[in-house]
Design a protein around this ligand. Sequence first.
Ligand SMILES: [Zn+2]
Length: 183
Amino acid sequence: MKVKIQIVVESDNGDTQVVQEIMQISRDSLQPENLGLKLAEAKTLLQSIQRTLAEQQVAEYSLQQKSCLHCSQKLLHKDKRTIVYRTLFGKLHLQCQRLFHCPCQEQPTRSFNPVANLIPERTSRELLYLESKYGSLMSYGLSVKLLQELLPIEGEINTTAIRNNLHTIGQRLEDELGGIAPT
Ligand SMILES: [Zn+2]
């Protein structure tokens, strides 16, 4: 038996925009070890869904940004850039475009990157949260092994990143407390 998994993307008015096959799963006759999904398949599936969903979201957002918010004039395209964004379900390489500002308003720069402006951080909050959570419960090395075993992020996290993230979060908390001494 062969199971094909497709993603169907619909616009808000219900029109089908994209149908994309993301995975095929083959199974011989039923055995205890081939019943349902395996971890490796689940990880590949999550990674594929993540990539397709994010690409579609970026494409839709980019399309919405192509006109000036003030006068609706079409903005001129400058060039393309790739943003690397780390998530729980794999590293994303998001293709986004830089546009020239509309001359109708004064701007501090000539061009801008709408997607980069919208996503200033390069690691998702959920991934940061899990890295920090396990990094504070066990060694950084074990945290990397655990997260890589369960999530499709092999080779995408390391002990240095976890340590740096924990320091950044610790610093942020200290700043938010504003030097208030604990009672
Ligand atoms: Zn304008």
